[in-house]
Design a protein around this ligand. Structure first.
Ligand SMILES: *Cc1c(COP(=O)(O)O)cnc(C)c1O
Length: 228
């Protein structure tokens, strides 16, 4: 299947999920995750109108970033090692994997150097799987409070990953849990501004995520394919 056909099919599925749950299509943003494809295919994705590109390792993203650069808006979606932050800040508009204070500190330091702010998603391990990165839900409030020490970081939202092998329907409580955490955080007013976004939903579970309030879905295989 070609890129345009894939985009068309995903778009129809997103529209259906929005219709089922009474949501506006404009409130759901799509990140094309290009980690499984070549630079050429990533360029094709951007040329086909996909504006937001997601990568999970700087080592793999570098060639694509050098080739595509500011023609796309870049999202860092994977675990971010502190020693890679200096490459990512200034190139990636969003970091979806903020999960520890040492990372916040380094992001803030690099952003200050460039005179910019970085939009972050706090990653929460809602499912509690040991293999997953992210804060435990009960740590979120205290962590958010500490983030107010870092003026260069803006919390755009929360991010989670559902259990990978799960049937799509089994992921619903995880997505619902992330939404509840965001609402609790806003009710507590910890950050002094509204935390709007929910980054949740991948190829195998994005429709359920949308039904549960996702505002960013991160789509690799189903949207841009998988090569090699
Ligand atoms: C790889 C990846 C995705 C996309 O995966 P697909 O299942 O191919 O859609 C989304 N989010 C994160 C954090 C990823 O690492």
């Amino acid at each position: 299947m070609g890129m345009l056909e894939r985009i068309r099919q995903v778009e129809a599925r997103i529209a259906d999920a929005c219709a089922r749950s009474g949501r506006n299509r404009e409130d759901v943003n799509v990140i094309a995750v290009t980690k499984y494809v070549s630079t050429e295919t990533a360029r094709e994705a951007v040329a086909s109108g996909l504006r937001h590109i997601g990568e999970n390792r700087w080592q793999d993203a570098e060639a694509k970033w050098l080739s595509i650069g500011p023609d796309a808006v870049w999202h860092f979606i994977g675990h971010l090692q502190t020693n890679k932050v200096k490459y990512v800040v200034g190139k990636f508009a969003y970091v979806h994997s903020l999960d520890r204070l040492s990372l916040a500190e380094e992001l803030d330091r690099c952003a200050a150097k460039l005179g910019i702010t970085v939009d972050c998603f706090i990653q929460v391990n809602v499912s509690g799987e040991q293999t997953k990165y992210g804060l435990a839900p009960e740590q979120l409030g205290a962590f958010a409070k500490r983030l107010t020490d870092f003026p260069r970081l803006r919390v755009a939202g929360l991010m989670t990953m559902a259990p990978f092998e799960a049937e799509a329907e089994e992921t619903r409580p995880v997505f619902r849990g992330l939404k509840r955490l965001r609402d609790d955080l806003n009710r507590a007013g910890t950050l002094g501004y509204e935390v709007k976004h929910l980054s949740m939903g991948m190829s195998n579970d994005f429709e359920v995520a949308i039904e549960e309030g996702a505002t960013w879905v991160r789509l690799g295989t189903v949207l841009v394919g998988k090569e090699g």
